[in-house]
Design a protein around this ligand. Structure first.
Ligand SMILES: *Cc1c(COP(=O)(O)O)cnc(C)c1O
Length: 425
């Protein structure tokens, strides 16, 4: 377990993350006794002496190693800010990570992390389908910089994944394995431990291959990729971590050594979150477990209802995987709960799906996910609309597919809404 601050323990026993979200990493005496960390809405920080300023810069720019017990000082809010540092300390507790960095968006976290590790000529091996923004970054932006992104399908046997990597013309330049599991929108899983094995087996001589996992769908409650061999965990904190559809943010967590180049590049790209976003995320973290647990329970209730409905053809929900399913063993190894995301196919096609979506009253018709309110959307024409039709179909994204992000409403009200909307189709 990662070393914590003293308040992380009682009599040497580490406390659970949810017990620490209200105060960890903050001392009321820093702010006139205020129980809550204030918003440090400041661009720069005053040094006590010129010598102190010099010492802070020496550490920040890595000009020397810290002396025993020496902490990096506050300099300028693009480098560090108390709202970000305290938030990072708290985020680390859920994934048991040594270090973390927060960003102004999930895409900022992903782009900064990838650019910290990948160079022209290198290859990124990644699973499809991937979040649309990341997919565009890999295929349309990084390709302009001579970076090769090679996809493999989520949900296929490990031998098939290895065969694709082994036969790639750029395999000698493998730099990163980048995965998103469960994959959006069908909840297909990728084996994190096996990706670690591939990263080590196919690492070019003298070079480490980084395994990065976008854990937005199940994390930080229901999946801990670092425990399965990942080097870096990425989040769109806009989703479950923020949880209220009122902010955009991202995070990257991992070992201190693996975070060092990410944090350094964040300083120079300027992709860090602002103090106000940091403060809002700390407020959100206090109820993270309550929200994600309620969403997970509600999702099971909703998925069970959908599975029995005559106008529903197919339900993609991790909690319905049975022992005979090829992904069941992987689900049990890697995931702690099925989470709050469900996709389902309505009987019919786009017309029926749209009639259903337009009839919803309580559930909002919107993209994004992980929020307190339930959201519904149509992947084929919305989140996944820039995918070629054949690729969509290969991943089960049909015109009849609807994605639901289940919120914290009363489960009977959610089912009431789904039922009346299905009745109108
Ligand atoms: C939303 C999302 C992102 C991008 O995050 P932003 O906060 O919108 O920049 C990345 N990955 C996944 C899985 C997402 O759902």
């Amino acid at each position: 377990m990662t070393e914590r601050k003293p308040e992380g323990y009682i009599n040497g026993v580490p406390l659970h993350p949810e017990s620490l979200m209200m105060g960890y990493g903050y001392k009321p005496e820093w702010s006139e006794g205020a129980i809550k960390c204030p918003i440090f809405q400041t661009s720069t920080f005053v040094f006590k002496t010129a010598e102190e300023g010099k010492a802070f810069f020496e550490l920040a720019y890595g000009l020397r190693s810290p002396k025993p017990g020496e902490q990096p000082g506050l300099i300028y809010s693009r480098i560090n800010n108390p709202d970000l540092e305290i938030l990072e300390d708290r985020l680390c507790l859920w994934d048991d990570a040594e270090d973390g960095a927060v960003f102004e968006s999930g895409m900022a976290a992903i782009a900064t992390t990838v650019l910290a590790y990948v160079r022209p000529g290198d290859m990124i091996f990644y699973n499809e389908p991937l979040y649309g923004g990341t997919d565009h970054l890999f295929r349309c932006v990084l390709s302009e910089f001579g970076i090769h992104a090679v996809p493999f399908p989520a949900g296929v046997p490990n031998e098939q994944v290895e065969a694709i990597l082994a036969s790639s013309e750029w395999r000698d330049r493998l730099a990163m394995i980048y995965i998103e599991t469960p994959a959006n929108p069908t909840n297909a899983l990728v084996d994190i431990e096996f990706c670690r094995h591939l990263a080590d087996k196919y690492a070019p001589k003298g070079r480490e291959v980084v395994v990065a996992v976008d854990n937005t769908f199940l994390g930080p409650l229901w999946q801990h990729p670092l425990k399965h061999g990942a080097d870096l965990v990425l989040y769109s904190a806009t989703k479950y971590i923020g949880g209220h559809s009122d902010l955009i943010a991202g995070a990257c967590l991992g070992s201190r050594a693996k975070l060092a180049p990410v944090k350094a590049l964040r300083t120079f790209l300027g992709t860090m979150a602002g103090p106000w976003t940091g403060w809002l995320l700390m407020r959100s973290l206090e109820t993270l477990k309550l929200r994600m647990t309620a969403q997970m329970k509600n999702a099971r209730y909703v998925a069970d209802f959908l599975a029995d409905h005559p106008k529903v053809q197919k339900v993609y929900y991790l909690g319905h995987l049975t022992e005979e399913h090829p992904q069941f063993a992987l689900y049990r190894k890697q995931c702690l709960a099925p989470g709050g995301m469900i996709s389902f196919e309505i009987v019919g096609g786009e017309a029926e799906a749209f009639r259903f979506l337009n009839a919803l009253k309580l559930i909002k018709l919107a993209v994004s996910l992980g929020s307190t309110e339930s959201l519904a959307e149509h992947p084929a024409t919305m989140t996944h609309s820039d995918m070629p039709k054949a690729t969509q179909l290969a991943f089960g994204i049909t015109d009849a597919l609807i994605r639901l992000s289940v919120g914290v409403e009363h489960p009977e009200d959610l089912v009431l809404d789904l039922k009346q909307a299905l009745d109108q189709v």
